[in-house]
Write a protein that binds this ligand. Structure first.
Ligand code: CUA
Length: 342
């Protein structure tokens, strides 16, 4: 009878401590606002796990503290404690129950992943390129942006590529985090549900400026999105036309810095992942097969669009991704800039 009383008291204490622990953790509001449909199942599972954590915390701490207090050595007690050796049924129980819990959590996790990856065939595709150190968003309407605009309540699929090393696309408010792997195209599906401004940050250490690899994300109503897209498309077309008619080294330099050329091609003769641009224009470039080619307009255009067509001696053939998305006018600007790097 005495034993039963201890169990009842501990059970009540476990329940109280578990509830208080859960309420305390919940009050901390560990997660930022949820701004995507995919956040629903993730937050639900997170909440379930916090509840489990609170319960097991109480289940371990309460009996321990209770025993320390209630079964402590009293004044005048000199005897030894009861000698206990092994308890097979207890050990089987505490192995079997966690096993069942882990299997159930595994099942819920897989189901959760399936919900998050649910495909909407109507989803618009936007290409995302991560590079050291920034993000570039290429829209199917033929323009490139440094800010990711997304329409609210519509699934988009981001086709993510890296132009150098591993990066990771992470908008905490969307919850889903996904790696960018060089040489692969990774799909990231998201359905923003809350209009607002967010940030995409790189969540994979990728070099000295990893911490500053940020870009703005704007979730806007559909009408605003459509207006922005058509405006950008018009601007991009006009710029491309102007550049083609009148290439400009200044614009080329800006592109060199923003499009990611800078990460691999130095301007001072030092060797990077790719050959330096210093003195490139008009030089004879030695190729991997032993032949050489004149660095003229044709060679540079080909090397930007199809980098592996002619491989510079001493450099890896697949190191450079294709920059075929660049418009003729932008490449003309780049060539003007290369001419000035002597
Ligand atoms: Cu890109 Cu860290």
């Amino acid at each position: 009878m005495q034993n039963l009383r201890h169990y009842v008291v501990m059970a009540i204490l476990v329940a109280i401590v578990a509830v208080l622990t859960y309420l305390g953790l919940d009050a901390l509001e560990l997660l930022p606002v949820a701004a995507a449909a995919q956040a629903g199942p993730i937050d639900w599972l997170f909440d379930l796990q916090v509840k489990l954590i609170a319960f097991f915390f109480a289940l371990i701490i309460v009996p321990m503290v209770y025993s320390l207090v209630v079964f402590r050595r009293r004044k005048g007690e000199t005897g030894d404690g009861e000698h206990i050796e092994g308890n097979t049924s207890l050990e089987v129980t505490w192995t079997f129950i966690p096993l069942v819990i882990v299997v159930i959590l595994g099942y819920i996790g897989a189901d959760n992943l399936a919900q998050i990856r649910r495909v909407d065939p109507q989803a618009e595709q936007i290409k995302v390129v991560g590079f050291q150190w920034g993000w570039r968003f290429e829209y199917p309407q033929g323009f490139v942006s440094n800010t990711l605009y997304l329409p609210v309540d519509k699934q988009v699929v981001l086709k993510m590529e890296s132009s150098d090393v591993l990066h990771s696309f992470w908008v905490p408010e969307f919850r889903v985090k996904h790696d960018l792997v060089p040489g692969r195209v990774e799909d990231y599906r998201i359905t923003p549900t809350l209009v607002g401004d967010y940030k995409v940050r790189c969540a994979e250490i990728c070099g000295t400026s990893h911490a500053y690899m940020l870009a703005d994300v704007k979730v806007v109503p559909q009408a605003e999105y459509d207006a922005w897209v058509s405006e950008q498309a018009v601007i991009a077309a006009a710029e491309a036309e102007a550049a083609l008619a009148n290439p400009d080294a200044g614009r080329g330099e800006k592109l060199y810095n923003e499009a990611g050329c800078k990460a691999c091609h130095s301007l001072d003769g030092s060797q990077g992942v790719g050959p330096t641009w210093k003195g490139l224009w008009g030089s004879q470039v030695l190729l991997a097969d032993g032949s050489s080619v004149l660095a003229d307009e044709g060679y540079i255009i080909e090397s930007i669009r199809e980098p592996s067509a002619k491989v510079h001696q001493g450099f890896s053939p697949n190191a450079m991704p294709s920059f075929a998305y660049l418009k003729d006018g932008q490449i003309a600007d780049l060539i003007e800039f290369i001419k000035t790097v002597k």
